[in-house]
Design a protein around this ligand. Structure first.
Ligand code: 0YR
Ligand code: MG
Length: 372
């Protein structure tokens, strides 16, 4: 079928509580920013990226879709995803101003919308279209109880609650404070609250330098930390190589990497243990597959960033055999007809055709922002 229209959109959806912080960001809303692709037989594919709901920044993404990509898509066959991805990614004047960043994120949203169309057209959930599921459950871990902005007593109570009452077998706690003693004290308290058998990952969101990380790792001995996520500046391959070798805690990263080539460098140099691609920062499902395959070839586990928030990661998790867990942050689930659901600590497999990205009309009515 033929693409007849590309319709960008911006939604700003509130986070849990009035705002949250990690070591680097404070936000009150999550941005769902992307496009709907309409075909001549009336079908709609939806794709989006995730942002920190900064309207001016979000409009750069929707402007890119509207002014750089839409004309390249209209009149094309929606089914030709590989060719269209190449056409957009290698359009010389757009490639000149960005092989990463805004143009790449915008391409991701387009690519996801095309895959959503393809899966709808096949009458299959995306995981089935890609080759079928490896299981019917994927272990979820809870990030939403662990923000750096959450006071100590609430952090401890929240960790205990999601383990004892909601069945989570994994949590992730934010670190990256100015004082590493504060973070260590919080982690010790959480470990006591959740017991020895629940996995506890930590995430510094790129805040620390190598000496601070090495000191932190010495202090964290005995806490049985599953992984140390984004310990250092996102692009610092050499620093991660040294921390991975010397820190004693497995290293995880990937949510800030834009390309398959960036992942290839980290993987080849032994700079990470857990590979965390984000389909909405990579240029969509097309590029995510390249990263997951590279990780699998190196026998490294894949744990997609912000697992449920893209909706798509749950499909990719059920399909790709390198996946071991899925992150859980439930902020935007009210936007979707088939939101990712976690029961007894497991993400449940979606069964409706498509990529799960279709946004409900009520969500547009409540959360949409003007494009100009
Ligand atoms: C808030 N997950 C993350 C959020 C989160 C970030 O800044 O975007 O903390 O996505 O690091 O692993
Ligand atoms: Mg993270």
């Amino acid at each position: 079928m033929t693409i007849i229209r590309v319709e960008p959109f911006i939604l700003h959806v509130p986070v849990t509580g009035s705002s949250i912080s990690d070591s680097t960001h404070t936000l009150s809303h999550w941005g769902v920013v992307g496009c709907r692709i309409h075909t001549d037989d009336g079908r709609i594919g939806t794709g989006f990226t995730g942002t920190h709901a900064h309207l001016a920044g979000d409009r750069l993404v929707t402007d890119c879709i509207a002014t750089c990509y839409a004309d390249l898509l209209v009149g094309e066959d929606e089914a030709d995803i590989t060719r269209l991805w190449q056409k957009l990614a290698r359009h010389p004047p757009v490639q000149w101003i960005g092989r990463a960043g805004i143009t790449h994120i915008a391409l991701g949203a387009v690519d996801i919308a095309l895959w959503d169309l393809k899966a709808q057209r096949a009458g299959q959930p995306l995981w089935k279209l890609l080759g079928g599921a490896t299981s019917d459950r994927v272990t979820a871990y809870n990030t939403d109880i662990g923000w750096l902005s959450i006071p100590d007593d609430e952090l401890i109570a929240g960790s205990r609650r999601v383990v004892e009452e909601e069945g989570f077998r994994g949590v992730k706690i934010k670190v990256g404070s100015a004082d590493i003693a504060r973070d260590l004290k919080r982690l010790e308290a959480v470990r006591r609250a959740i017991g020895p058998h629940v996995t506890m990952a930590i995430d510094a969101n790129g805040r620390w330098d190598l000496p601070t990380c090495l000191r932190f790792c010495r202090g964290a001995e005995g806490l049985d930390i599953l992984w140390f996520e984004e310990p250092l500046w996102y692009d610092d391959v050499a620093g991660h190589v040294r921390l991975a070798a010397q820190g004693g805690i497995p290293v995880a990263l990937g949510e800030q990497l834009y390309t398959a080539e960036a992942f290839a460098d980290f993987i080849a140099r032994g700079a990470l243990h857990y590979v965390q691609p984000d389909v909405t920062r990579l240029a969509g499902i097309t590029e995510y597959i390249r990263v997951a395959e590279a990780a699998h070839a190196a026998r490294l586990p894949v744990v997609a960033h912000a697992g449920d928030m893209s909706q798509v990661h749950v499909h990719l998790a059920f399909w790709h055999p390198a996946t071991t867990m899925l992150e859980y942050i439930p902020w935007i689930r009210t936007c979707f007809a088939e939101p990712v659901t976690v029961t007894d600590g497991d993400a449940i497999r979606p069964e409706q055709p498509g990529a799960g990205t279709a946004v409900k009309p009520e969500a547009f009515a409540r959360f949409a922002k003007s494009l100009s």
